[in-house]
Design a binder for this molecule. Sequence first.
Ligand SMILES: Cc1ncc(COP(=O)(O)O)c(C=O)c1O
Length: 405
Amino acid sequence: MEEFYRIRRLPPYVFEEVNRAKAKARNAGADIIDLGMGNPDLPAPQHVIDKLKETLGKPRTDRYSSSRGIPGLRRAQAAYYERRFGVKLNPETQIVATLGSKEGFANVAQAITAPGDVIIVPDPSYPIHAFGFLMAGGVIRSVSSDPTPDFFLQVERAIRHSIPKPIAIVVCYPSNPTAFTADLDFYKDLVAFAKKHDIFILSDLAYAEVYFDGNPPPSVLQVPGAIDVTVEFTSMSKTFSMAGWRMGFAVGNERIIAALARVKSYLDYGAFTPVQVAATAALNGPQECISEMREVYTRRREVMVESFSRAGWDIPAPRASMFAWSPIPEPFREMGSVEFAKLLVEKAEVAVAPGTGFGERGEGFVRIALVENEQRIRQAARNIRRFLENAPTQLHNVVPLANRR
Ligand SMILES: Cc1ncc(COP(=O)(O)O)c(C=O)c1O
């Protein structure tokens, strides 16, 4: 029997193969150091947890909440944009709270896509950037995610050769998985480009606060007039280590925000009110927890780059995000990122995410997440050193990518 239409558009996650290898190794007693998924291991701030507890267990907060987000939460997000980016937003018409930014992104795709609509999506990218639109019946035209001047030549070509003309372009800086960042000049060019071609910009800014070297990533909305064509997504998941709480935001263009709010009004009643109240406290409260989070990831980044380099694997230091995007060490390049990631689990007890899980241009790379503590990162480096020293033995029996079907 033929698979359902939507399921056909959702191939099994590439990461599943590595997850299976991980489960198998763990069942056999291995202590896998998991640098695979971008799942923050830090605790949510105590004052936010306290606010959640304080709000729980009252009949009023047990009721259905507000799908667009309670007004105080939307005002808190407006205050954050003003404080952090100098961008003024109307909480009534330009902000919607979402059940994590992933849900917001997927439902914007549902809201704005007609079957066959073309969307320009970076490759490699966080999977929902493409699959949100594929699920909605859209067609993906991929471009490299490197924010260089060449980017616009590529996108211009993609627009010229797409039928029908694309409706939107997705950008994500700091990028998951590549950790690339973009500056305001790039966004100025992007906004001018989007206006010229009459397309929307969907900007995923999930890593707005996870940056190193004192260089905060800008928002597309800082460009004057960007709101005419832009919607931007932010998240509490990484900023406040609240990934499981499922709280994010879509802000910007009123037409898209209204469309998203309409779709959501049919689907959900908003996050649990205590979660929304606690998220409001996070945005309005002391911000030291954010710089502490940043310091933890900065130290981990340093430990990783330094200890992996001593182990024989040179990893480019990311400038932002919680990931390093690293070429596969030379002797293993031919086998491809999935086989390499599996081998690393089996022989070094270290899990990383294979580059092809983020798109075809991800081949040759793996993504390493800074989600274990410094001691575990050092242990991973020691395991990898042994693994690399035994490279000739490890390579025995591995079928090169080119010879596989
Ligand atoms: C680029 C990017 N966007 C969105 C998300 C999802 O975030 P949320 O937890 O807000 O749904 C992630 C999570 O890893 C991400 O890396």
